[in-house]
Design a protein around this ligand. Structure first.
Ligand code: ZN
Length: 304
């Protein structure tokens, strides 16, 4: 559905190419925006693809390799130039806080909005509102790294039956209450029970982000059953040894994790520069194990 989407801003790895930007994704949920990783050039990707910063107040940085955070100071500086007033929450490895502080201190940038830094540790709940939870969990990489899970809560609103809306044309405020379980009193004074005029809401949706990581079955428990899994696929079958050496994963390994976790769809990303012009074989290797694998595309928005 359109109220929960993931847009790919960058799906490359550390070496830049003309075809791939470093890691960044924009997650949209019911009018709120969340940024996951912010590699160099992320701002330019916002401009290129026409994405908005509106209601973007939470940024999650997976680890301290440059291809995942070097765009962050620039983005925060732009918020400053835009005279942002809303607080900005940044979640990342603890050293990120002092890097940002130094950056703004040396450039004598006095942010006029509150920047609230949350250090990542172990697995925790990072964010919660009435509908959504965001959780972090550790990944295995050459530096401390975290994955993230965006989990819709199960108590989603009930859905109004079309016949009821057409017949009684309830006001917006009434519809809101009915979605939350209220009965409806007709203009003639009859009580229509909530069960008669609504249907169950959709099952809770979820998205997980796992980049960067070596093949690691211990993450399966954290991503179990998600609707969409973004998993790094830096290498292919022919370079499996290299993947292990560099603490990255292959497309086939990502597919194996997706299969074990029983996810609905797998989105491959964080591609090595060596494959930038031809990713087809990565897709074939992944689909061999998990048919619902896809190659992530920059600028594309995936609905949950
Ligand atoms: Zn990376």
């Amino acid at each position: 559905m359109k109220d929960f989407t993931v847009s790919i801003l960058g799906n490359g790895s550390a070496v830049p190419t003309a075809f791939q930007n470093p890691s960044s994704q924009l997650v949209k949920y019911k009018g709120l925006r969340f940024l996951v990783d912010c590699g160099e050039g992320t701002q330019m990707q916002f401009i290129k693809y026409g994405f908005s910063y509106r209601n973007l107040s939470h940024i999650f940085i997976s680890h301290m390799h440059g291809d995942h955070y070097l765009g962050l100071a620039g983005l925060v500086s732009t918020f400053h130039l835009f005279r942002r007033e809303a607080p900005l929450h940044i979640y990342g490895p603890s050293p990120l806080e002092s890097i940002l502080q130094q950056q703004f201190q040396i450039s004598e940038t006095h942010l006029q909005f509150e920047l609230i830094f949350h250090p990542l540790k172990g697995d925790q709940q990072l964010y919660e509102d009435d509908y959504l939870q965001i959780l972090s969990f550790p990944l295995k990489h050459s530096v401390p790294t975290w994955g993230f899970r965006f989990q819709e809560k199960s108590d989603t609103d009930r859905r109004l039956k079309k016949e009821f809306v057409e017949e009684f044309k309830p006001k917006i405020e009434q519809m809101r209450k009915i979605k939350q379980g209220a009965d409806y009193i007709t203009p003639g004074g009859n009580v229509l029970k909530n069960k008669e005029i609504t249907a169950d809401g959709h099952p809770p949706r979820s998205f997980a982000y796992c980049s960067d990581t070596i093949y690691d079955e211990s993450i399966v428990a954290h991503i179990k059953g998600v609707d969409l899994l973004y998993h790094e696929a830096t290498f292919g079958n022919a370079t499996e040894e290299k993947a292990k050496d560099k603490m990255h994963a292959t497309a086939a390994q990502a597919a194996n994790i997706a299969k074990m976790a029983d996810v609905k769809r797998l989105l491959l990303g964080h591609f090595s520069a060596r494959f930038s012009k031809n990713l087809k074989h990565l897709l074939v290797e992944a689909q061999d194990i998990f048919p619902r694998s896809m190659i992530s595309e920059q600028g594309k928005t995936y609905e949950l």
